[in-house]
Design a protein. Sequence first.
Length: 199
Amino acid sequence: MLSSEEKLQHFSGMIFAEADAQRKQILAQAEQECAAIRETFETDCLERAYQTIQKKIAGMQKASNETVARMQLESRQKLLSEREQVVETVFLEVKARIAAYQSTEAYRALLFETICKGMAETGAGAGAVVYLDHTDAGLVDAVKAEFPGAVVKLLPADDAVLGGARVYAPESRALADNTLALRLAEERRRFLQTSGLSL
């Protein structure tokens, strides 16, 4: 039989063993809880970092897209400006040549031809109104002589038609525009299409 001293030692050994087992259990549980908390914290940190990175990427993409769009707009405006300069240069030269052409006999023949064409298009006869460019003032008498009964009027300088004629038939209220300005506008449109300068 065990002495009370041995019993006490045995009892205290059991208590210490149980306390040690409980300590190990509490420690293991605390480590599990710490690991779970650490994992949750790391996940939260990673999620916040991911969201921050995505916001930065979206901001950079937006800024990049805005920069590209601005540069495209500036390039388009510059191209449009350059195109207008090229077209204006070409058509200023054309207008200068038309002005020189208006003083030739060939122009006079063309003018009479456009008036005849306008009269045919409108069905105008005597009493037709023929509108000429203000620069054709010197040809008014020749037009009246060639087309007796026609009323010849000069257009104001701000309605420059560069030559040719508009013919108006009062009876039918028809108007034929066979002016060089109209032809030039059509040529300008065709030029833009065929030159590769259209946007």
